[in-house]
Design a binder for this molecule. Structure first.
Ligand code: GDP
Ligand code: IMO
Ligand code: MG
Length: 428
């Protein structure tokens, strides 16, 4: 089973980090292929808690070679800080490989992210403010800075000057900010060169060679399907391809290599930032999910918006990504609810929609049609086999599985590495 992709099936924070970590001991390479330090993955190992942003979660498994692919945008200072924090805790990060083609987030990207959001006012997206959108915009606009540019001072200076020629007009004339000096950016990027150099590689070639040698390579998405720039709730999305197709373009392997796509889906739904969210709750049930699930952002600390499970979204994700297996996470968070509603379809201005409507306006108006399932009160955090779950919890999982477009192969019953019920081997 050489190439496996893990993606988020909702709006992020489904527990991708934990799922990657779960497979860690059985994988040889873990590749991050999209996004940047907008991601936040919390992994709990024993009494230790790790928060990862830019590095793939698989870095916590000894023996794994972590790779940052060409589809990622890198804030190099954040990269070094994250590496230092892991080194201080005894994690071996020496094998990390960084793509020479990945784009670099600079001070002006972060500044532009913040000022454009401020200018959008009530229409803002609620970005993480990490410079993600402006860096991808520069990439597509062909004025980006790539990792390899840092090792050619002449080219680097030309590119930074060309980019700032445009951006300083924007910053000064439109946003009323001070101009940014090219020297300042060039100097800071050059200061990273020495430490960065040994990590930089032709990562597409390395991954290809690993697959040829029958190694197991896990491609770990940041963000999620509904935040994908093409398939998400545009414009309330991130700026990268967070779906399974992104694993191919964001790392440089052919799509035919991918043999399994694991969709991570929470037993309810959360979202951070603005944009449509049909099952969102504004009442005590929403508070219950937020408090029990500890739904506060790993990156920004913002409280996450919470709502019930949305089956059309799971089905949409199964389809867009070609999900072969779902991991249903945080089932334990639902313990104690008398009944658990699941959205089975939407009512859009009096018309029933069984699938996610293609029109953004329709999706904004979608009112969930719920089916209710009986809850359970037993503590399920110790369950390790499907039969250990109370009957009502089993029935909830089976009902959700029947509506979601792929089998549920594992079930999360707590934050810890061991807190999982496995029904089908994810790598077999
Ligand atoms: P990611 O961005 O998809 O990696 O997810 P985050 O790490 O941002 O958010 C998921 C949170 O849920 C983390 O704090 C995890 O430790 C936690 N978590 C993951 N799986 C489970 C589970 O099955 N039960 C509970 N209670 N917590 C979980
Ligand atoms: P993980 O990998 C949840 C959201 C932001 C905002 C939108 C655009 O932990 O699941 P950006 O800074 O990317 O331009 O913000 O996307 N967002 C996330 N929400 N989890 C994430 O990552 C996210 N990364 C970005 O809140 O609404
Ligand atoms: Mg997260």
């Amino acid at each position: 089973m050489p190439a496996v992709v893990i993606i988020g099936a909702q709006w992020g924070d489904e527990g991708k980090g934990k799922a990657t970590d779960l497979l860690g001991s059985r994988i040889d390479y873990v590749v991050k292929f999209n996004g940047g330090n907008n991601a936040g993955h919390t992994v709990v190992i024993g009494d230790q808690k790790y928060a990862l942003h830019l590095l793939p979660s698989g870095i916590l498994s000894p023996g794994v070679t972590p790779v940052i692919g060409n589809g990622v945008v890198i804030d190099i200072e954040v990269l070094f800080d994250e590496l230092d924090a892991l080194i201080a805790r005894g994690v071996d990060v020496s094998k990390l490989k960084v793509s020479a083609n990945a784009h670099v987030i600079t001070h002006y990207h972060r500044t532009l992210d913040k000022v454009t959001e401020r200018f959008l006012g009530k229409r803002q997206i609620g970005t993480t403010g990490r410079g993600i959108g402006p860096t991808y915009a520069d990439k597509i606009n062909r004025v980006g800075i790539r990792v390899q540019d840092i090792f050619d001072e002449g080219i680097l200076r030309q590119k930074v000057e060309a980019a700032l020629d445009q951006k300083n007009h924007l910053l000064v004339k439109i946003y009323n900010r001070r101009a940014i000096e090219a020297d300042e950016i060039v100097e800071s990027l050059l200061s990273y060169a020495e430490r960065l150099k040994p990590m930089v590689a032709d990562t597409a070639l390395e991954i290809h060679q690993a697959l040829e040698a029958d190694k197991t390579v896990l491609f770990e998405a940041g963000q999620a399907t509904m935040l994908d720039v093409d398939h998400g709730t545009y414009p309330f999305v991130t700026s990268s391809s967070a779906t399974a197709g992104g694993a191919s373009t964001g790392s440089g392997i052919g799509p035919g290599r991918i043999q399994r796509v694991i969709g991570i889906v929470k037993a309810y739904t959360t979202r951070v930032g603005a944009g449509p969210f049909p099952t969102e709750l504004f009442d005590a049930s929403g508070e219950f999910l937020r408090a029990n699930g500890f739904e506060f952002g790993t990156t920004t600390g913002r409280p996450r918006r919470c709502g019930w499970y949305d089956a059309p979204i799971a089905r949409y994700s199964a389809r867009i990504n070609g999900v072969t297996d779902f991991v249903l996470t945080k089932l334990d968070v639902l313990t104690g609810l008398e009944t658990i509603p699941v959205c089975v379809a939407y009512d859009v201005d009096g018309v029933r929609h069984d699938e996610v409507p293609v029109s953004q306006s329709d999706f904004h108006h979608a009112v969930p049609i719920y089916e209710e399932f009986p809850g359970w009160t037993e503590d399920i955090t110790g369950a390790r086999e499907f039969g250990d779950l109370p009957k009502a919890a089993q029935d909830y999982v089976l009902a959700v599985e029947a509506m979601s477009g792929a089998r549920i192969s594992a079930i999360g019953v707590g934050p810890g590495r061991e807190a999982v019920v496995v029904r089908h081997d994810l790598l077999a």
